[in-house]
Every structure is written in structure tokens, then in C-alpha cells.
Design a protein around this ligand. Structure first.
Ligand SMILES: NC(=O)c1ccc[n+]([C@@H]2O[C@H](COP(=O)([O-])OP(=O)(O)OC[C@H]3O[C@@H](n4cnc5c(N)ncnc54)[C@H](OP(=O)(O)O)[C@@H]3O)[C@@H](O)[C@H]2O)c1
Length: 247
């Protein structure tokens, strides 16, 4: 497929899970892809190899999205490798769950540094390179529609990302840069091993999902490809629930 031919993408947290699925989808659609990882080099290299095996172009880039120097190095390496940047997918995230009483300042800062500050730093570093027609995709969560006990910090970061994206759609609209949000529902990934949960927990999740199953990264990727493509040229400031009707 060539919907994204000639375009260049960076996907943060693309060594596994939804980020890996989106990176592969963008690569299969013809984009050259910078595959960011924090610690899972092998995972990122596997994604690069899959994109290359399908005839695409990709590189793996290590970097912590919460560190400005890492982020600037990754964006510079993307430009060095591919000469431009058109698509930014802010997918990297950190999440742990627990009761209010156990929230520490260190965990608060780790969640917000990775999920919110990381999204801001990557977007800031990318912006000087983005031309009219560029697309920014930020990952939030369908979980915002249905508050879940024990998920304070993660929920707070994903709400912040959804709100920030609306601000950016307005701020960057005059430059013809589109900003949209993908909100996955419960999706089987390395970070969310639903298949290993007990039967009651799995049934609870599936019961909250209109289409009656758990999602997988391949369910998310085509929507990211669409939103990144010129077919979505009139779509900005949107929160797309890609969740099988999770509520
Ligand atoms: N899975 C779900 O059910 C679900 C539901 C709603 C929303 N989401 C959202 O979808 C996105 C992906 O979730 P997932 O389940 O696929 O996650 P995952 O399997 O846990 O993967 C997380 C990815 O983020 C990377 N990462 C973590 N901290 C990083 C940092 N500081 N700098 C750079 N990369 C970092 C990890 O890299 P390394 O492995 O290299 O460390 C990994 O590639 C997240 O934004 C999440 O909030 C997921």
C-alpha cells in the first residue's frame, strides 16, 4: 500500500504493543519509520526488520521521551536518516495501578514525565520540521469514558493528553498541522497482558466491550494510518475511540 508514500514518521514506544503495531502499519502504508524504544532494543529491531521485510524503510532509535536531550537526538537522527518528518505518534507510556493511599510523588512524576512531558518534548522537537499536511497522533485511553478504581495517575495523564491535543489542534491548525487522539480500549499488549488475567477480570473487560472481545494492536494500526494520511486532511481535534465500543 502506498497511502503514506514519501512520508516519514516517528513512533515513540514502538518496541512492543500498540506502538509496534502502529509503526508496522505506517511502514506497510509506505512511510519511512523511526521506531523509538527506551529499553527493548530487540523488540525495536524486530519491528524494523518486519517493515524492511515488507519492502519499507525503518530505523530503531533508543531514547527516553522524558529527556529533552534524548528527544532532540532522536528527531535529529530521523531527519539525518530520512530527510524530513511528517507524522509524529506519541505512544510511549508508563503505567502502574494502585490505591490512592499508595501514590508516591516519585510515581506521580514518572507517570507525568513519561506520558505528558514526553508528549510535549517530542512534539516540540518535531515542530520545526513539520510542514503543512503533517499529522500528530497522541495516544489517550477509552478508559477515560468509564472511571476505573486504582488507576488515578494513568487516568490523569491520559486526560491531560486528550485535552492538550485539543489545544494543539487549534494552535497548529493555522500551520495546517493536524492533531488527533486515538483512545484504545483494552488491548492485549506486553504491557497489558489480558490473556494472563484471571477469568473474572477478562470477562469483566470483555463485558465492557460492545464487540465482545479484547483488542489487539492490529485493530488500532489502520486507524492511525488513516489519521496520518491525506484522506484525513479535514480531521483535526478529534478523539477517536478505537476500542470495540469499550465503555
Ligand atoms: N494496552 C491497552 O489496553 C491500552 C489501552 C488504552 C490506551 N493504551 C495506550 O496505548 C499506548 C501503548 O500501550 P501498550 O499497552 O502498547 O504499552 P506497552 O506494551 O507497555 O509498551 C510501552 C512502550 O512504551 C515504551 N516506553 C515506556 N517508557 C518510555 C520512555 N520513557 N521513553 C520511550 N519509550 C518508553 C516502551 O519501551 P521499552 O519497552 O523499550 O522500554 C514500550 O515500547 C500507551 O500510550 C497506552 O497508554 C493502551
Amino acid at each position: 500500500m502506498t497511502r503514506l508514500a514519501g512520508k516519514v514518521a516517528i513512533v515513540t514506544g514502538a518496541s512492543k504493543g500498540i506502538g509496534a503495531g502502529i509503526a508496522r502499519g505506517l511502514g506497510e502504508a509506505g512511510a519511512a519509520v523511526a521506531v523509538n524504544y527506551a529499553s527493548s532494543r530487540t523488540g525495536a529491531e524486530r519491528v524494523v526488520a518486519a517493515i524492511e521485510a515488507a519492502g519499507g524503510r525503518a530505523i530503531a532509535l533508543q531514547g527516553d521521551v522524558s529527556q529533552r536531550a534524548d528527544v532532540e537526538r532522536m528527531i535529529a537522527a530521523t531527519i539525518d536518516a530520512f530527510g524530513r518528518l511528517d507524522i509524529v505518534v506519541n505512544n510511549a507510556a508508563y503505567f502502574t495501578f494502585g490505591p490512592i493511599e499508595e501514590i508516591s510523588e516519585a510515581e506521580f512524576h514518572r507517570h507525568f514525565d513519561t506520558n505528558v512531558l514526553g508528549t510535549i518534548l517530542v512534539t516540540q522537537a518535531a515542530l520545526p520540521h513539520l510542514q503543512p499536511g503533517a499529522s500528530i497522533l497522541n495516544l489517550s485511553s477509552a478508559g477515560l469514558l468509564t472511571p476505573t478504581p486504582l488507576v488515578t495517575l494513568y487516568t490523569a495523564t491520559k486526560a491531560a493528553i486528550a485535552q492538550i491535543s485539543g489545544v494543539w489542534a487549534k494552535e497548529l491548525g493555522p500551520r495546517q498541522i493536524r492533531v488527533n487522539v486515538i483512545s484504545p480500549g483494552s488491548t492485549e499488549t506486553e504491557g497489558n497482558r489480558i490473556g494472563e488475567m484471571d477469568e473474572a477480570s477478562r470477562a469483566f473487560i470483555i463485558g465492557k466491550t460492545a464487540l465482545g472481545r479484547v483488542g489487539e494492536p492490529a485493530d488500532i494500526a489502520p486507524v492511525a494510518v488513516f489519521l496520518a494520511s491525506d484522506e484525513a486532511r479535514w480531521v483535526t481535534g478529534t478523539v477517536m475511540q478505537v476500542s470495540g465500543g469499550f465503555h
